[in-house]
Write a protein that binds this ligand. Sequence first.
Ligand code: NAD
Length: 371
Amino acid sequence: ITIAVPKETANGERRVAMVPSALKLLTKLGATVRIQHGAGDAAGFTDNQYDGVEWAKTTAELYKGADIVLRVQPPTAEEAAKLPENIIIAGYMTPHEGDSRISNLVKRKVTSFALELVPRITRAQSIDALSSQGNIAGYKCALLAAHLSPKLFPMLTTAAGTVKPARVVVVGAGVAGLQAIATARRLGAIVEAYDVRSATREQVESLGGKFIDTGVSAEGEGGYARELTDEEKAQQAEVLAKHIAQADAVITTAAIPGRPAPKIIDKATVERMKAGSVIVDMAAETGGNCELTEAGKEIQHQGVLIAGPRNIPSMAATHASEMYARNLCNLLALIIKEGNIDLNWDDEVVADSCLTHDGEIRHAPTRERIE
Ligand code: NAD
């Protein structure tokens, strides 16, 4: 088995799908690894750190005779059209968008595994890139909020006076939100947090955060949230606005799988915030949790700074790549048996995370949308 790792082509992507420390996991599976020169550079892994691999200059060289391609970002429609027929590709595949790319994967009879579709079950935790990368994003968002705020996060008692700790509100207490809470707490802030899933109360409190009770609870399927009704949204907004108005920094991480980000902070709520406060909107790329967020920009609105950073895990490319690469290795361990590819469709992790195979879209919601 030959596993090919291209240099990422997406703008601003610093991560790489395979890191030197994970190579031994692939060798153990009986695979040979082939890497495109410079693939790890932006993540801090130079070519000379990858021991015992084959090298390729061009993608043509890279894919020649390869069985599996590992990537971070999904291929573009053009890149998908150039993949060798019947090859396996694993990485983010954004199944909810990019229909022409998915159609090209189908045309090329590519077997694609989408990390977004890995089931959130205990056995698949080591494959769960949404969690590994979400964890990193939550950490970075808290640092970003601290960095952008004109205030200090910790309480300081100094000869030059006493500084009060910052008040931080975290909206959405999933994987990323919980790490944002933990990080803001470590920096010394007073943290309040809110999530529509009431199960998160205990998790927030265990990190030293205070749970904001809006009286709205919306547990959905598979441990995810469902969308709120209009009445629920109004009730939530009313309570949250009071806490947000008092905050020095707000970090929003709310998401609903496959849907645009829920709008939680409207313009009127921003206008109730103090001048000098900041919002870091982690959901910027899927539309933003704040009505005023612009993806990839930092904007000012009546003295409030609203940041909508893109591709946050890529900002910590070294560790993000290490975790991501481990996630992929653990996925490959399910489909490589004794040095051969063995796709066991009875394994729900394999079956559920497969987007396309043998000229068909296997993921039902994507198939229904495209066909
Ligand atoms: P996510 O990124 O889809 O969403 C982030 C958070 O936003 C979620 O906690 C969600 O409840 C919240 N949210 C959605 N709408 C909201 C709204 N209107 N207001 C406030 N908050 C809102 O979720 P995630 O972090 O990837 O995962 C969510 C949960 O799934 C985890 O906390 C965990 O319970 C479960 N999970 C299980 C496994 C596993 O067992 N393998 C792995 C990962 C996650």
